[in-house]
Each structure stands twice: as structure tokens, then as C-alpha cells.
Design a protein around this ligand. Structure first.
Ligand code: GYE
Length: 299
């Protein structure tokens, strides 16, 4: 639906773009930072009236939220899908209602044609490759345990694919920690029993890596020394673990793209042509980062 003619940054209450945003959860430090960025930028100041709903990592909650947005006739629907598949029906319903979709962070796999106008997020596959290349260069003989994110999520599927392209033959075990610290800890407790030879963990995010630290210390070993830990995200807690010598390498995944998202939403609503994909910028860090750098990290 949506009325045309709202201008970017437009002021008056009547002209605000009504946006429904379905966030997938609050599972990690990355997600918290992402939610803060989205809520701060999808603001009246940027011409947006935001309805924000957290799905607590459950797809059925997200589908319900998306249907609510359709019945509320939102101007634009934005969402970050918890897993890649299972969206065909609801995406078709949104399309039939004529509401443009802006996909955020994670990706979808669907049979619906042109299911979204634009996507903004990270190159998860490249993150996996970056992690793999550091391992290949620094620990070419490592016995690797891969601590996976939520199975079937874009971030899990693509990080695994990229990582294994480089060092796949060194992976001796894998389990999912669902991107949370608690489940990461449980998975590594089991892995320490199942794979006594493992000496390197590739964790798909910082929070699960922090859970791994707890499990390793509880088993009387030294994280970062007895077991090398490589993670993705680079939230403040992750970088602190790096400076403390408990993580060895952290690939950055940038959650702070609310301003870019707000601009895309304004452009989409105005019917302007937007790029199909926008990749946010990121880098990677090793133990040479300083405490000052960590202290200055805003999230
Ligand atoms: O890396 C992880 C979060 O989809 C990029 O989800 C995101 C990932 C992020 O739970 O910490």
C-alpha cells in the first residue's frame, strides 16, 4: 500500500512512512547493537514511524508479526529472517498486498519472485573465508571444532561455507550453539568430551565463543593457549576477550547500519531505484589491538 510523496527526512506527522520491522531476537551482543541502531535511526527525524517487534528467535512469531504488518497496511515492511527457508507463503501475502519489503541482515531462500526490493547486511561467506585464511596461515595443523550459529540461518550457512572452502579438511567436529552464550557453553562442554584432540574452535559469533571460554576454563584448560578461539562479530565483550588473550582472532561483523537502512527505506518508499544489495563495511582483529581501542568500542 502506502501513499506516495513522502520525502526523505520529511517532518509532518501525516507524512511519516509507517514501517513494520520484525527483528529476529535478542540472542547476542551483535543483535542488541543492531536493534539499538535500527531503533535510533528509523525515527521521526528520518521520516519514519517505526513499529518494532522482537520474535525471540522463533520463526512462527516472525510470520505472525509480518501478517500483522500486512493487516495494519504498513508502507514498508523490513525484517531480519531467523532462518533462510519457510517464508514463501507470507512473502506472497505481503507481495499481494503491494507492500515493499526491505530485507535486513540475514537472507531468505524462496520461490516467490522478487520477494524484496533491497537487502542490507554483511558478506557472511567472506567472513568465513577471512577466518579460514587466518587459521590456514597461523594454525595449519589445527584440529578444528566448528561452533555453528542457528542452523539454517544465512549467517550460519554462509560462514560455514566460506570457512570450509579454506580449511574444511581440518574440521573434526561441529555443533550448533544457536548464537547464544549459554548454548555455546553447553556445546563446547560436550565437544571437549567428544573431541579430545580439538585444539581450535571456530565460533560463528562472539557470544558462543564467550560460552566456549567458560567451558574450557571449567575443564581446567586455558582458552587462547590450549585451545585457539576464532570468532565473528567483534562486539566489545569479544574484543575484550581478544585483548585478554582468550580469543585469538575476531572477524568483524558490523551491526551499526541503521542510518543506511533509514535512507534505503525512504528511497524505496519514494519509488527511487536502489541497489539490490548493500554490504556493510568490516575488518578483522588479532591480539595486537589495544585496551584503548576496546574501551572506545561503542557496542
Ligand atoms: O553474527 C550473531 C547474531 O545475523 C549477523 O546473528 C547476524 C548474526 C551475528 O546472533 O551474533
Amino acid at each position: 500500500g502506502g501513499d506516495d510523496g513522502a520525502t526523505a527526512g520529511g517532518g509532518g506527522g501525516d507524512e511519516l512512512i509507517r514501517v513494520g520491522f520484525s527483528q529476529l531476537g535478542a540472542e547476542s551482543g551483535w543483535r542488541t547493537a543492531n536493534t539499538e541502531s535500527v531503533q535510533e535511526s528509523l525515527s521521526e527525524e528520518n521520516g519514519i514511524d517505526l513499529t518494532f517487534v522482537d520474535a525471540q528467535q522463533r520463526q512462527e512469531n516472525q510470520i505472525r508479526a509480518l501478517r500483522d504488518f500486512v493487516s495494519q497496511d504498513m508502507d514498508v515492511i523490513a525484517f531480519s529472517p531467523v532462518i533462510e527457508t519457510g517464508w514463501d507463503q507470507v512473502l506472497q501475502e505481503i507481495k499481494d498486498a503491494g507492500i515493499p519489503v526491505v530485507l535486513v541482515d540475514r537472507t531468505v531462500e524462496t520461490t516467490v519472485e522478487d520477494p524484496f526490493v533491497t537487502w542490507i547486511g554483511s558478506d557472511f561467506r567472506a567472513e568465513g573465508v577471512t577466518a579460514g585464511e587466518w587459521v590456514a596461515e597461523n594454525h595449519p595443523d589445527a584440529q578444528i571444532f566448528e561452533l555453528q550459529g542457528t542452523m539454517g540461518s544465512g549467517a550460519q550457512v554462509d560462514r560455514q561455507e566460506g570457512f570450509r572452502e579454506v580449511v574444511g579438511d581440518q574440521v573434526i567436529g561441529e555443533a550448533s550453539g544457536n548464537f547464544t552464550r549459554a548454548e555455546g557453553r553447553t556445546a563446547v562442554e560436550a565437544a571437549l568430551q567428544a573431541y579430545p584432540d580439538m585444539d581450535l574452535i571456530f565460533s560463528h559469533n562472539d557470544d558462543m565463543g564467550l560460552g566456549a571460554i567458560e567451558a574450557i576454563e571449567a575443564a581446567g584448560m586455558t582458552p587462547g593457549e590450549d585451545i585457539t578461539i576464532v570468532t565473528v562479530d567483534a562486539v566489545k565483550d569479544g574484543l575484550q576477550a581478544l585483548v585478554d588473550g582468550k580469543f585469538n582472532y575476531v572477524v568483524e561483523c558490523n551491526p551499526v547500519f541503521g542510518d543506511q537502512l533509514a535512507e534505503l527505506i525512504n528511497q524505496v518508499h519514494a519509488g527511487e531505484t536502489v541497489p539490490e544489495q548493500t554490504f556493510v563495511e568490516e575488518s578483522a582483529f588479532d591480539q595486537t589491538i589495544t585496551q584503548e581501542f576496546v574501551d572506545a568500542r561503542p557496542y
